[in-house]
Write a protein that binds this ligand. Structure first.
Ligand code: XIL
Length: 331
């Protein structure tokens, strides 16, 4: 077990005016002191992991539940952190009343715009960036056949960004998706979507790269500069929004596994630090004790930078070294 070394990722990132973050769960912040203390020490931005998803915030029609989101925003303010709001419009984690309801097009438009006005409006000035639309494009590059697309058509994306901008004109508005660096078809679909939004003055400020990486797919990382460069021509900010590096290892990872994982974390953060207007690197969880990965990817695990006992892994040290290194601009 390694001793706690000062100063932690957060202080290093603050010195560079860079945002280093993680997603967080409100119950864990409340019930696991080690979890909360680690977030305080290591990160200057936090993303709501599930607290602002439609099914959590609006479990019944016309009835909101903001308790988890409020707890996260309060925690962030008490600890001088920025909050990323995740997520306003997505095909997943929708409440039953919406996913299976008998709705008309105009009814769904009303639900979408009211939801965004209420949720973004509630946290206006307190949530700095929003994932407004998540995963609208499928892996084949076409619009995903979500309830939003099937009932409203592609205009749902316009409506969502406009509603978010008017509910909080100061928040940075993100289009968030996976695999921009992994598949040409997907990347092309995302590029076309954002190009079209920009051309019509729909208020999208930034693109979020999720980056849930399997350790065996390290080649993807090499494609990041090209993928971002192309989107940049559209005048966008960017961030890595959901980084984790999972592996298919049943018992304990070996030193070699951990070194390969660390190399990928390092490569992604270095890319973030070297790329102008790439404002943040946010991890999707930071400890293997509480990780979405084994629930979602059978046989995969160990994706975070701390192990299940909150001991730092080589991936942590790699991030700390990158943050401590000289800024690209200072040579
Ligand atoms: C995941 C959460 O981490 C899990 O707790 C939940 O059960 C499912 O969703 N892409 C996203 C995130 O944009 O919202 C997902 O979060 C992970 C994949």
């Amino acid at each position: 077990m390694r001793e706690d070394v000062q100063p932690g990722l957060r202080v290093l990132a603050d010195r560079k005016r860079f945002r280093i973050g993680t997603c967080v769960s409100a119950p864990l912040l409340q019930w696991d002191p080690q979890y909360a203390n680690t977030v305080r020490r290591e990160f200057n931005v936090i993303t709501t992991e599930n607290a602002l998803k439609f099914a959590v915030v609006a479990p019944k029609r016309g009835q909101y539940n903001f308790s988890d989101a409020d707890a996260i925003v309060d925690f962030a303010e008490a600890n001088r952190m920025e909050v990323r709001g995740h997520v306003l419009v997505w095909h997943s984690q929708l409440p039953q009343w919406l996913a299976n309801g008998a709705l008309t097009r105009s009814g769904l438009v009303e639900i979408l715009t009211t939801h965004i006005a209420d949720v973004v409006g509630r946290y206006s000035g307190r949530i700095a960036a929003w994932d407004v639309v998540n995963e609208a494009v499928g892996s084949d590059g076409a619009f995903r056949e979500s309830i939003w697309y099937k009932m409203i058509g592609k205009e749902y994306v316009d409506l969502a960004f406009r509603a978010a901008r008017s509910a909080d004109p100061t928040a940075r508005l993100y289009y968030n998706d996976y695999g921009i660096e992994a598949s040409d078809e997907h990347a092309e679909g995302i590029y076309e979507l954002i190009r079209d939004l920009k051309q019509r003055d729909i208020p999208v400020d930034a693109v979020g790269l999720q980056m849930h990486v399997d350790m065996n797919e390290s080649k993807r990382i090499e494609r990041l500069p090209a993928a971002i460069g192309r989107l940049r021509t559209l005048g966008l900010e960017a961030a890595v929004t959901e980084l984790d590096v999972r592996m298919n290892v049943q018992e304990h990872p070996t030193a070699e596994h951990l070194a390969r994982q660390a190399a990928i974390y390092r490569q992604v953060l270095r890319f973030c630090l070297q790329t102008p207007r790439l404002e943040a690197c946010v991890l999707w969880g930071f400890t293997d004790r509480h990780s979405w990965v084994p629930h979602f990817f059978p046989d995969q695990n160990h994706a975070a930078i701390f192990d299940e006992n909150y001991c730092r892994k080589p991936a942590y040290d790699a991030l700390a070294e990158e943050l401590a290194g000289p800024s690209p601009s200072s040579g």
